[in-house]
Design a protein around this ligand. Structure first.
Ligand SMILES: Cc1cc2nc3c(=O)[nH]c(=O)nc-3n(C[C@H](O)[C@H](O)[C@H](O)COP(=O)(O)OP(=O)(O)OC[C@H]3O[C@@H](n4cnc5c(N)ncnc54)[C@H](O)[C@@H]3O)c2cc1C
Length: 621
């Protein structure tokens, strides 16, 4: 089944030829690792993805989750999978070694999990355990860490994140779950949370829920929110499990996709006995939960990339196999042989659109992650600040751009399949169903866009935004004199200039009191910025590919300007075909997708506010 989950050649290219992830091993924290070890891990992840994760995708979708006598049962096939997943340490790759984790850089966790996340129903269970454990590691007391982390790190105990309530979705500050201080310093919680992924499951012996609630008497809004550790089973002093905590699952949601993921409504404290212990300080709940939310945004962006990647590769294989119609060159001849649909220009257009988008998203995801890994390890303060700033700006783009483009890729893949894509005989419709949620949870994509324009662009008076523009300009400066890339570098330069000008325009609008212009255009701006960042990263990749292709051609005595010999050369050399694909993909994206930003800029600059001017009554009468 080679090449159906992700393009392993591209993964290695981004990691080692573009970003040089192996350089992270120069940091003392990662000195036990090396490129060889990283490659070995990726080979194992690939094997695990094909042999263990992918086969459970359709089965878990059909079986779904069940609530029986208050206990959630996940699909049967997840039980064995979860045990071998945790047994192999995939659940704790970047967790601290002192609690049993592997202490790998986060980029290795992201790259390995790219082999797994197409089955997001499954991935969410270990992923939430890992995220909740990380919260406790950063904000917990020594006692809390010692009590919870070893069992969460080995996967015997799971986790969740409990924010949403019926009246507090996007508006988390409006939550009504209450916590009452007890004389012994613990708290009793009461309230209802909805849509809680992994709110219950039968994979682990215990589940440690981080729950947002307001302590009695604390102020309204986000400033009055605290966060509590609420275990399913209380933990005795000796580490054994005690009484069942006072909360229960009221129902699990019937959903469009991710059927193997239990989305739970939880009633806390119906009997007044729901025990919780404070994590961090009182009223610091939002600040603390933001750590997990930010990690979840990256994980959700990865879900978008994985859905896009698997859908594209399936469509590519189908396009090579499916015979339909004759060649355009033979269109007048009814006797002409049938050709594979990959020969048709419109199908090629869809394929190259998908490929270039997937490549751009992977580059974005990995680039930002390596920035984050470098930032938290470097001792140079200014560099740390610069890289963390870039990571901050890219986070909402990763979440929103990758999930929306990921979804559109699943839709385009269905188009490539034609009627069969719409039928459940093929997996495309499941990819599409499973991906849609990614643009909704972890903060809807509209909210990500508001975060980008309202908080991130202006951070440190726009310095972080300038740092990112600086990175882009550096690539452009390197490529603008390369004959094969000159025109592309110029296009990307113009786009980057437009991005800077639009950022400035938003700031000017804000100062002039016209804040509805940036707010109303936040989402188009985010998607535009995603395209520009992708174009920049693809240009960078093309720069590398050109020199590598020339090197291979030189070794084989091939003249690249002689088109007649090129086809044979690309058939013969897998590497040459790969690099040529990188160059063609970059060119396609920059010439065909990037120009879309011109329409967006024109719309933004028009300062049109029809969306606010139309009366509610006039949307439909
Ligand atoms: C399958 C699934 C799994 C989930 N898992 C979890 C989980 O594990 N833990 C958890 O806590 N939650 C979880 N959620 C909840 C999820 O995060 C919320 O559904 C999401 O944040 C949106 O909240 P809402 O559904 O109440 O929509 P609403 O907040 O009602 O939003 C509806 C629409 O209005 C827009 N909107 C709302 N407010 C604004 C605003 N101020 N400005 C601009 N636009 C706005 C939104 O962008 C959206 O388009 C899950 C949801 C689902 C469906």
């Amino acid at each position: 089944m080679a090449g159906l989950i992700l393009d392993e050649r591209d993964q290695r290219f981004v990691l080692f030829e573009m970003l040089h992830a192996e350089k992270l091993c120069d940091f003392p924290k990662y000195s036990d690792f090396s490129r060889d070890i990283f490659e070995m891990i990726l080979t194992e992840a690939q094997k695990f993805g094909y042999e263990e994760i992918f086969p459970t995708l359709a089965e878990s979708d059909k079986e779904g989750c069940r609530l029986i006598n208050g206990q959630v049962h996940v699909p049967e096939c997840f039980h064995r999978l979860y045990n071998i997943f945790c047994g192999a340490g995939w659940n704790c790759m970047s967790s601290p070694q002192e609690y049993g984790g592997q202490g790998l850089p986060f980029i290795m966790r992201i790259a390995s999990h790219e082999w797994f996340m197409h089955n997001f129903s499954f991935s969410s269970y270990p992923g939430l355990g890992e995220g909740a454990a990380h919260l406790i590691h950063v904000y917990g007391t020594k006692k809390q860490k010692d009590t919870y982390l070893p069992m969460m790190t080995n996967g015997k105990w799971g986790g969740s994140m409990c924010l949403t309530e019926p009246g507090a979705g996007t508006d988390v500050g409006n939550l009504s779950t209450r916590a009452v201080r007890q004389p012994d310093g613990t708290y009793l919680l009461k309230g209802t949370k909805i849509f809680i992924t992994g709110g219950d499951q039968d994979l682990t012996e215990n589940i440690i829920h981080p729950v947002l609630a307001r302590i009695e008497g604390d102020p309204a809004g986000t400033k009055g929110i605290s966060i509590f550790i609420v275990p399913k089973f209380l933990v005795n002093e000796d580490g054994s499990l005690g009484r069942r905590n006072d909360f229960e699952v009221g129902k699990i949601e019937e959903k469009m996709g991710i059927h193997g993921s239990a989305t739970c409504l939880i009633n806390f404290g119906d009997n007044g006995q729901c025990y919780g212990e404070l994590l961090g300080e009182e009223r610091d709940g939002m600040k603390i939960m933001f750590q997990m939310m930010n990690e979840a945004r990256i994980a959700t962006g990865l879900q978008g990339l994985c859905s896009g990647s698997i859908a594209y590769l399936h469509a590519l294989q189908y396009a090579k196999d499916r015979l339909q119609g004759s060649s355009l060159m033979d269109f007048k001849n009814p006797e002409a042989p049938r050709v594979a649909i990959i020969e048709h220009p419109d199908v090629r257009r869809m394929l190259l659109w998908m490929k270039s988008n997937v490549d751009g998203m992977r580059a974005l995801m990995y680039y930002a992650t390596v920035c984050g890994d470098t930032a938290v390890n470097t001792s140079a303060e200014a560099e740390q600040d610069r890289l963390l700033g870039i990571f901050e700006i890219l986070t909402p783009i990763i979440k929103a751009y990758c999930t929306d483009i990921g979804f559109r890729i699943t839709e385009t893949a269905m188009q490539v399949y034609g009627g069969y894509g719409f039928c459940s005989e093929y997996p495309i419709e499941q990819f599409m169903r499973d991906e849609k949620i990614a643009s909704i949870y972890e903060g809807t994509n509209g909210i990500q866009a508001l975060d980008l324009i309202g908080r991130k662009l202006g951070m440190k008076k726009g310095t972080y935004f300038m740092h990112l523009l600086g990175e882009m300009n550096a690539s452009i400066a390197r490529t603008k004199d390369t004959p094969e890339l000159k025109d592309l570098a110029l296009d990307v330069q113009n786009a980057v200039n437009s991005l800077a000008e639009t950022g400035l325009f938003f700031a000017t609008c804000g100062k002039a009191g016209k804040f509805l212009i940036p707010v109303g255009n936040a989402y188009p701006f985010l998607m535009m910025m995603g395209k520009i960042v992708s174009a920049w990263l693809l240009l960078w990749q093309a720069e590398i590919a050109i020199s590598k292709l020339a090197q291979i051609a030189g070794e084989k005595g091939i003249d690249l300007s002689d088109k007649s010999g090129l086809a044979g050369f690309l058939k013969e050399s897998r590497d040459a075909a790969f690099y040529d694909g990188k160059i063609k993909g970059a060119r396609y994206f920059i010439k065909n997708v990037l120009p879309e930003i011109e329409g967006t800029i024109k719309a933004i600059r028009s300062e049109d506010l029809s969306i606010m001017e139309i009366a509610n009554e006039s949307f439909a009468v």
